[in-house]
Design a protein around this ligand. Structure first.
Ligand code: HSE
Length: 308
């Protein structure tokens, strides 16, 4: 049995406009690293957290929630020393809690000799999401575990579908340096929606998925619309409408809120357009006086992976 594992857990974009709580994708250029080392005793100890102000106390960190659940389920009597190196900030809308939760589930599963299926790992990671934001959301954690583009076809029973990723798809992510708590961003959402909006939304989800299967970028573009969540949440994100407009005018297929925000994402066909979209989004946001960072990424086909 392996004694130590060092992993990379990617940042993720959840919802992807029309697919609230149902769609997610993994990025390949941003994420966390974590190191798990087996202990002879049954203690779980977080030795290090770098890159974010998060609790070292195992009982207060979602990494503890996931680790304990996995050790309980496998009936094993040993623990781990844990090091966490955050590559992006919590409250960014890029799945920070999901990277920690799913990274933990993946790493411990590897150290235990892979007893759990991917779906089971997602379920463990969802416990971490619940600890972080009060809801067992699967979109970010599934994208970390499965990689690529995923659809949560059903929450109960949990069914995750891996979708194809067209070769030329690029993501631009602009992260204004404000924090939005997922729980708060969920509390502003309507509990019910009119049938007309529901029809628009599920038609767009179908269109987006069809576009992914056929690499039909025009169809992907027309389907990147959210009439349910974005209209409510965008008020939490300064200058959202202008950024979206400039992204689309610069050639992006579409733009929207990444997960619960505040990160704004754009999808583009090809690196040349993605670079132009990034440049225009950057120059617009530079004028707002709000600190931000911005990057381009491809979609990671693999998701979470072993470094050594
Ligand atoms: N689907 C979730 C939301 C992702 O938008 O609230 C955040 O974790």
């Amino acid at each position: 049995m392996k004694q130590r594992i060092h992993i990379f857990a990617p940042a993720t974009v959840a919802n992807v406009s029309c697919g609230f709580d149902a769609l997610g994708l993994a990025l390949d250029s941003k994420g966390d690293e974590m190191i798990f080392t087996k202990r002879d005793d049954s203690k779980l100890i977080i030795n290090t957290i770098e890159g974010a102000d998060l609790p070292l106390d195992i009982d207060k960190n979602l990494v503890g929630t996931v680790s304990k659940a996995m050790l309980r389920a496998s009936n094993l009597n040993f623990g781990f020393d844990i090091e966490i190196y955050k590559g992006f900030k919590p409250g960014s809308g890029l799945g920070s809690s999901a990277a920690s939760a799913a990274g933990t589930a993946f790493a411990i599963n590897e150290l235990l000799g892979n007893p759990f299926t991917k779906t089971e790992l997602v379920k463990f990671a969802m416990l971490g999401e619940e600890a972080a934001c009060g809801s067992q959301i699967a979109d970010n954690v599934s994208a970390v575990i499965y990689g690529g583009f995923v659809l949560i076809r059903s929450y109960n029973p949990l069914e995750i579908v891996s979708l194809p990723v067209p070769n030329d798809l690029y993501i631009t992510a602009l992260h204004p340096q404000i924090e939005i708590k997922t729980e708060d961003a969920r509390n502003v959402l309507p509990k019910e929606i009119p049938l007309k909006k529901a029809i628009t939304q599920w038609s767009n989800v179908g269109g987006l998925i069809s576009g992914l299967y056929t690499s039909d970028y025009g169809l992907i573009s027309r389907s990147l619309q959210d009439v349910v969540v974005e209209p409510v949440r965008k008020s939490l994100i300064p200058h959202f409408d202008s950024v979206k407009k400039v992204a689309v005018q610069s050639g992006a297929l579409g733009a929207g809120i990444s997960g619960a925000g505040p990160t704004i994402f754009a999808l583009s066909k090809g690196s040349v357009i993605a670079d132009k979209v990034m440049k225009e989004m950057e120059s617009l946001y530079a004028k707002t006086g709000i600190d931000f960072n911005i990057f381009n990424s491809k979609i990671s086909p693999q998701g979470v992976k072993i470094i050594d």
